[in-house]
Design a protein around this ligand. Structure first.
Ligand code: NA7
Length: 551
């Protein structure tokens, strides 16, 4: 059998995934003196930004804040060109990081992990890859991403379509030329909202199939000035410290007021200011009760709905584009460039699936209850099995052969989003019940990787070869996370934050809503208390590593 797998088959740490989390984890493991290796399904580093190459793909967090802080040299030498970096720039950054830290020599690309099985005899993991190899490691770090497992699409007839089919999550490397083509985009989440204006520029005709509308604010993207870049580089220590202690991993400002305690004119003025800033997290935090109180939330919803009307002009189309079925920002609040304006073009048609649902994909187009839209190309922007999908699609088996998908049958659960009872020596990065997607991912990833690094240093220094979250600690954390979410409006929305976009997935508010700063404090305290809520294995006679370097 030909195998792609690394020549060495035994490691201290196996890392799955070479996105932001995996790359930093590898760097940190090396600093600890551990023998670490990454297994990556893609052909290069970059994770999300390797795969999601669709036209218009951009981060919705400003570049300066969506960048690593772990290396002062790195943050000084890299210069972002745009306020919101586009996918090519983000991928170039990932490649630069891989080159700069010589990471590729410890990454095997183009193989996928099929299973990981814990061996209770010697406290190691056996990781099987799709080329048939088995690798062993004391510890596994699942850096598999939160939006990396595409949702399995359930539209009948999809396989019968005779034209071109593209998925936003796995776009052809050389791009796609839509010139002169009739194109259907299905899905109006963040990916659809970003790609629709770009596809519309080239397509002969674009049909947008919308089931649930999103709220979106104008991104006001633009090139960064050299003054802005220099100021950021000068102020990075302060900016990073503020972000780490903040609610969302950003520098979002808030009035600290209820939306209901200011008079309507003042509220409107505040919303206008926040709207002009083009910062979605900041818009959500302008008033403290937007995520908490229906009436307060409705003031934000009404304000943004009015802006959508202004941008679209045409009242019936605007009505269809304005969400009505969920509280404002309880699904991803998007940012866009010319999304609503795109619907004023003659070559763009909005198909409102709430009025006219898709019945099937045919050989030549998209059939709805009222007819068939004949198209040459289908673009699927239909989303992900978020936060848990990449993990539950692998066959991960912990103590007593417990399968992760069985553990999560009634809903995902973890301790801090980083570890799970029954799965010793397995770490997840930004797993369920950690701030993850409701924070600046880069800040949350760095916090998790540093926490795991400290934990492994602790184990090695204490000559311990096994760590496992206790069932009690996990239960308490899951309860705590759920109780916080129950004080918010998030459970009222059928969003991917709850797993509601995937048929059969149990509904649990997956991100931790207590805030990045508070979460960090808890995680730090737990570590400082000697890993409270974890069981550490008895000193091993065969330590995981000979030595641990000082990071
Ligand atoms: P999202 O936000 O999950 O959006 C997926 C879209 O696809 C959404 O509008 C869905 O409508 C639609 N969809 C999914 N399945 C169907 C079917 N069967 N028929 C019609 N429409 C469908 O994914 P994105 O990739 O846009 O964004 C994910 C995140 O990545 C984003 O928030 C950023 O954080 C980055 P539905 O809501 O199910 O009615």
């Amino acid at each position: 059998m030909t195998t792609n797998s690394p020549a060495n088959t035994d490691y201290d740490v196996l890392i799955v995934g070479a996105g932001w989390a995996g790359m930093m984890a590898l760097h940190r493991m090396r600093q600890l003196g551990l023998r670490a290796h990454i297994i990556e399904a893609a052909g290069d580093v970059g994770g999300t930004w390797y795969w999601n190459r669709y036209p218009g793909a951009r981060c919705d967090v400003e570049s300066i804040h969506y960048s690593y802080s772990f290396s002062e040299e790195l943050q000084q030498e890299w210069t972002w060109t745009e306020r919101y970096a586009a996918q090519p720039e983000l991928l170039a950054y990932a490649r630069h990081v891989a080159d700069r830290f010589g990471l590729r020599q410890d990454i095997t690309f183009n193989i996928r992990v099929d299973s990981a099985v814990f061996n209770e005899q010697d406290n190691t993991w056996a990781v099987r890859t799709d080329d048939g190899a088995t690798l062993t490691a004391r510890f596994c770090i699942m850096a598999t991403g939160v939006l990396s497992a595409p949702k399995n699409l359930d539209i009948p007839g999809l396989e019968s379509f005779g034209g071109e089919v593209y998925n936003t999550y796995d776009w052809p490397e050389g791009g796609v030329d839509f010139t002169g083509k009739r194109v259907a985009v299905i899905g109006t989440g963040s990916s659809g909202i970003q790609t629709i204006p770009e596809v519309a520029k080239d397509a002969e005709h674009l049909y947008v199939f919308q089931r649930t509308p999103s709220y979106s604010l104008p991104a006001h993207n633009r090139p960064l000035t050299s003054d802005e870049v220099e100021a950021a580089k000068r102020d990075y220590p302060k900016l990073r410290a503020r972000a780490r202690g903040s609610f969302d991993g950003l520098l979002s400002e808030t009035t600290g007021l209820s939306a209901l305690e200011v008079d309507p004119q003042e509220r409107e003025r505040i919303y206008h200011g926040a709207y002009q800033a083009g910062l979605p997290f900041q818009f959500m935090s302008m008033f403290t009760d937007i995520p908490l109180d229906q009436e307060a939330n409705a003031t934000a919803a009404r304000f943004v709905a009015e802006r959508i009307r202004e941008r679209v002009g045409h009242a019936p189309i605007a009505d269809a584009l304005i969400p009505t079925s969920y509280p404002f920002a309880t699904r991803r609040l998007c940012i866009d460039t010319d999304y609503y304006e795109t619907f004023t073009r003659d070559n763009v048609t909005l198909v409102d699936l709430l009025q006219d649902p898709i019945t099937a994909i045919t050989a030549t187009g998209v059939a709805t209850s009222t007819g068939t839209y004949e198209v040459d190309c289908l673009v699927l922007a239909t989303g992900f099995d978020a936060i848990t999908g990449a993990l539950s699609r692998m066959d991960i088996r912990g103590r007593n052969g417990l399968a992760l998908k069985d553990k999560w049958a009634d809903g995902a659960r973890s301790y801090l989003g980083v570890a799970m009872a029954g799965f010793p020596n397995l770490f997840t990065v930004t797993g369920p019940q950690s701030p993850s997607v409701l924070s600046n991912m880069m800040v949350s990833i760095e916090q998790h990787v540093d926490w795991i690094t400290d934990c492994l240093r602790h184990l090695v220094e204490h000559n311990s070869d096994c760590i496992e979250a206790t069932a009690e600690a996990e239960e308490q954390w899951v309860t705590h996370a759920r109780e916080i979410s129950e004080h918010t409006l998030f459970p009222l929305s059928n969003s991917w934050y709850l797993g509601a976009n995937v048929p059969g997935k149990p509904h649990v508010v997956l991100p931790y809503l207590g805030g990045v700063g508070a979460y960090r404090q808890v995680a730090t305290d737990i570590a400082q208390d000697g890993y409270r809520g974890f069981t550490l294995g008895a000193p091993s006679t065969a330590p995981a590593t000979a030595a641990v370097a000082t990071a």
